[in-house]
Design a protein around this ligand. Structure first.
Ligand SMILES: Nc1ncnc2c1ncn2[C@@H]1O[C@H](COP(=O)(O)OP(=O)(O)OP(=O)(O)O)[C@@H](O)[C@H]1O
Ligand SMILES: [Mg+2]
Length: 446
């Protein structure tokens, strides 16, 4: 969960707790006020009725006995329900009969429930009325808290609206302020991501906060050091690869010129002995054996020479060398089919690009033969925008390039990056492997 969201949630939770406490306090205080007010109003009403009764006790005319207090004209008394019952208990008069003031926005039932649930009911008060020494009826005063509760509800709604606006404003401000304060974190993450993806030119901007400014300086220093060391490593491996190629070249030349020549001489001399000696004599047989072994060793040396430094690459160019490589490879691993498509004229490809391309294809084909178990292999080469593009595709078992740990792929990547190019491996366990390489043609080699 992001820090922004966490802070907003914490504020919301705090506000909700405060709101619940506020509502609880409001309800509690209101209950006390309402109770006190209802009791005092009932007492006052009773007092006035008592006074009225004293004054008129003996003079209530028979015709007035039905409604002696004209209660229906007291409809505006909001907190009390005043009712008059005759001697038989029938309701004769009430202040709520006609004029009860309507409540326009009644509070919700849960609020009324909360207001009532914890408060003790205020008991109704009664006065028995006698006239002419006869019981004529009874006045009942019942406190009615509905209007008070409505007032409290209206006040609370006003307060809730205010709290709501405050709550939204605080959340927006916190969101904005935290977002502003965390903006450098996004920039820091962006720079780290860039470096992770191999863009070593990525740097952090200077920050105003001293702690972040230090992170920026240290990170930039670290990225620069990493960049230098990786460049140095690339240069070193490129030099090693160049040296290796040179070594191979001179080794293959020595093998070809020295050993090859000597073997050819041995083969020629032994053949001469075979021709000069009498058939089936020990000398003749030994000379024949020497001829056979010399021929075998010549073939082996030729293979070694070819592998070390393909003569065709130097003499006839990349296209022919690749065609020869593919054909030898197909003969060796008979079940494989390989389509080689060379879409451009590769005559002008520089020597180092040629040898890099040749080694890449060589390693790809060796890997396919050793690991892929493929049925179909395609090899495409073309020149585009000053680059030699190579795509080797097989329909084999595929692999996870992140987990692959051999010298072949590592060496291939080193060669390609050392040549200023790019290598991409797209392998899928179900579909096989595609290796894409791009090599710039006009790059100065280390
Ligand atoms: N075309 C492919 N199909 C399936 N798996 C492959 C393919 N190419 C490479 N791999 C897998 O990647 C691994 C690493 O290959 P890499 O060429 O680096 O090493 P290697 O071939 O095992 O040994 P070497 O160092 O002799 O080349 C291999 O062991 C193999 O599991
Ligand atoms: Mg390999």
């Amino acid at each position: 969960m992001s820090l922004k969201l966490l802070l907003n949630l914490m504020i919301t939770a705090l506000m909700a707790v405060l709101l619940v406490i506020g509502v609880a306090l409001t309800i509690h205080n209101s209950q006390e006020n309402i109770r006190a007010e209802l009791e005092s109003t009932s007492a006052l009403a009773l007092h006035l009725i008592d006074k009225e009764l004293l004054y008129f006790a003996d003079e209530i005319a028979e015709q007035k006995l039905k409604t002696p207090f004209s209660l229906s004209s007291l409809g505006q008394i909001r907190h009390l329900r005043v009712e008059y019952y005759d001697a038989r208990g029938n309701l004769r008069d009430s202040n709520q009969a006609e004029f009860a003031a309507a409540i326009h926005n009644p509070p919700p039932s849960w609020f009324i429930y909360l207001m009532n649930v914890f408060s003790r009911d205020v008991e109704p008060r009664k006065r028995v009325i006698h006239a002419n020494n006869k019981l004529v009826g009874e006045v009942v005063i019942t406190p009615d808290p509905t209007y008070e509760i409505t007032e409290v509800w209206e006040d609370s709604i006003g307060m809730l609206k205010l709290v709501g606006i405050f709550f939204v404003a605080v959340n927006v401000m916190v969101f904005w302020a935290v977002g502003k304060a965390l903006r450098p974190v996004d920039q820091i993450l962006e720079a780290i991501n860039q470096v992770e993806q191999g863009n070593l030119d990525a740097r952090m901007p200077p920050f105003r906060l001293p702690e972040l400014a230090q992170i920026s300086v240290k990170f930039n220093h670290m990225a620069a050091t990493l960049q230098k060391s990786i460049t140095r490593n690339h240069k070193l491996s490129q030099q090693l690869l160049n040296l290796q190629e040179e070594e191979r070249k001179s080794l293959s030349r020595d093998l070809h010129d020295e050993i090859g020549q000597s073997l050819t001489a041995i083969h020629a001399d032994a053949t001469a002995i075979v021709n000069a000696s009498v058939l089936d004599t020990p000398v003749n047989q030994s000379a024949k054996a020497i001829v056979t072994v010399a021929r075998q060793v010549i073939t082996i040396v030729r293979h070694i020479v070819e592998r070390l430094r393909p003569e065709t690459l130097d003499k006839l160019g990349l296209k022919v060398a690749l065609e020869e490589l593919v054909s030898t490879w197909q003969q060796r691993y008979k079940m494989q089919t390989c389509e080689l498509q060379i879409a451009s004229d590769l005559a002008g490809v520089p020597e180092m690009v040629s040898i890099t391309a040749y080694r890449v294809v060589q390693e790809c084909l060796t890997n396919i033969a050793r690991h892929a178990n493929a049925k179909r292999v395609t090899l495409d080469l073309w020149i585009e925008s000053g680059e030699l593009a190579i795509v080797v595709q097989d329909d084999g078992c595929g692999f996870n390039p992140r987990l692959a740990s051999g010298f072949g792929l590592t060496g291939m990547r080193e060669r390609v990056t050392g040549a200023g190019g790019e290598l991409e491996i797209d392998s899928n366990l179900a579909k096989g492997t595609t290796i894409m390489v791009r090599l710039p043609l006009n790059r100065a080699f280390a």
